[in-house]
Design a protein around this ligand. Sequence first.
Ligand code: ADP
Ligand code: MG
Length: 709
Amino acid sequence: MCSNFAEMTPSFLDTPIDYLKGIGPQRAEVLQKELFVFTYKDLITHYPFRYVDRTHFHSVREVVEDSAYYQLRGHIIEIDFVGDKRTKRLVAKFRDNSGIIELVWFQGAKWMAEKLKSNTEYIVYGKATSFMGRFNMAHPEIDIVTPELLANQSSFQSVYNSTEKLKYRNLDSDGIRKCLRVLTLQLNEQNIQESLTKTIIQDFNLLSKLEALKQIHFPDSKVLLERAKFRLKFEELFFVQLRLLRSNLIRHQITQGFVFNKVGDAFNDFYNHHLPFQLTNAQKRVVKEIRVDMGSGKQMSRLVQGDVGSGKTLVALLSMLLAIDNGFQACLMAPTEILAKQHFATISELLEPMNLKVALLTGSSKTKARRELHAGLESGEIHILIGTHALIEDVVVFKNLGLVVIDEQHRFGVAQRGKMHKKNIQPPHVLIMTATPIPRTLAMTLYGDLDTSVIDELPPGRKPITTMHFMESQRLRLIGFMKEQIALGRQVYVVYPLIQESEKMDYQNLERGYDALLHDFQPPQYQISIVHGKLTAQQKEFEMQRFIKHETQIMVATTVIEVGVNIPNASVMVIESAERFGLSQLHQLRGRVGRGADKSYCVLMTSYKLGADSKLRMETMVRTNDGFEISEVDLKLRGPGDLDGTQQSGVMDLKIADLAQDGQILSLARSSAQAILNEDPNLSSQENQLLIHQLQYQGKTRSSWSKIG
Ligand code: ADP
Ligand code: MG
């Protein structure tokens, strides 16, 4: 690789931030601490979060919307200190020819009072707040009107995120914009290198990098602003995709995989004689995709997406049987002990008529059992190992592990997954299954280097679950409904949220709820199980078993049952304080019912006062059972940063692109990256050296989060 770019001198953008005129050591320090701005590059990529039109003025009379921003022009006619010592504030009456509005300062009131003049025209910009039917503006920006000020007002003035500590150093949005003005004036063709090739720039009619960086902070027009956004988002997503697709390509090119080219007795015997039902077409298709992968001689890294109840377990089992047919062992890793045990029970039962050994390993496996298990794994006597992350521990050594299945994967960290790769002389095949669908854009970014299969069909005969949203006042109705269903022979889950920070309060809620249920559902007619995190594994198991055996009709639980539990006779899911759960969690929980032949129900209990987001979540749940649709709403509501599994993933490194909004740009960026790799897989052409260099440069500044193992 001879690249003239690789020898480039440190870039202008790598200059430490305190070199910028106007930023001394104190401001540099607070920029570093508050915004992680260390270099020019960090500052230039502190992109505006919105733009305001500073050429337009409202009249005071037009201030009608709470929390909206307004720009006014007028005079201060009176100032006054009001309130007692604690609530003391400066109130200035501001008038234009349509009316009067109060401007309020809580901090720096004394200084402000000295600064404000009468007989002077001001421009005021700020957020209107309605208080007792009247509007005021707290801490507005305020400037004396001058010809220069008017001339410099822009239709697209950038607004930046700031913090209290930054504001204290005069780095509010305005202060930050001033720093960016100083910086962008220094940018030129020499110190800002283009990072995309001429071909890409032409193909997508992109602004140059230099132009885009200037326009994003100080747009000359709406068109240029939009083009700058497009260019910067495209670039950001393009390199993420190029990196992912390239690592996929490299895996296909060089990582040897165990060849599973036989379909033998284990698979055939099970498939032909012991399969409890016909596979759905989607299951068949996915099993075939997996078979092709594992026979290819390359290591498989495949993601299987499927909605709750789409039958992922069976797909996993068939894949594991293929491993066994080819002389390998397989393991299945689940995120909780309950789920591991349940997989163990299901799979043991399915394989019962066959001569295969399945073992279970969890955190609570006893030392003696473990010793036997370790021996069985090392001798190859155990064919399938099922367990929790206890499987990862170094002491767990296989004779010949060929396939790792990771179920409900969002609970596992990247590092944990990586460790599984080291369990054989070359990496075993890896099959990852999601708990619920994840949005397309997120899948492309989080798992963009994996091959993907989608089970987009539910087994036949599933009746859609009816979801209802009840408020506290309808609790009597809920109890009546539960009794009706229990009388029909059904079982009911009642789930309480458990969020760590408020754990104590949550347990109180759980216990109070449990007591209330005991009151409404008295023995001997009714029996209630309870499962939560404070019980020992043994106690949990005991309570689960009572419910499974139908000795109890109601299971009160925290979210420990969220993932994977399969009890077909349970047909009612009551979710308490449903507003405190995220959408994917609600969908997961609802997926615990609707597994048998009976009509199933999900009841979302909430308080009266719901925010707009919570309302939308409840409405979405009531409206649809489609996990793919729900995941898209979830992404729009929460943004990628809050979705499960994204925290350590690097999705958070995105500075300008937004996976909830920029799906189209993402698709363009991905297909562009794919087209380039199709033509030049090693990026060896002269032109593509630029891309290699960019990948290397970015690689230095970010951890390789996308690599699984
Ligand atoms: P998930 O995809 O949520 O992990 P499971 O694998 O637990 O779903 O399957 C849900 C239920 O559907 C199980 O009871 C399973 O036995 C059943 N099931 C799976 N595949 C089929 C099929 N092809 N036909 C009928 N039932 C099926
Ligand atoms: Mg499952």
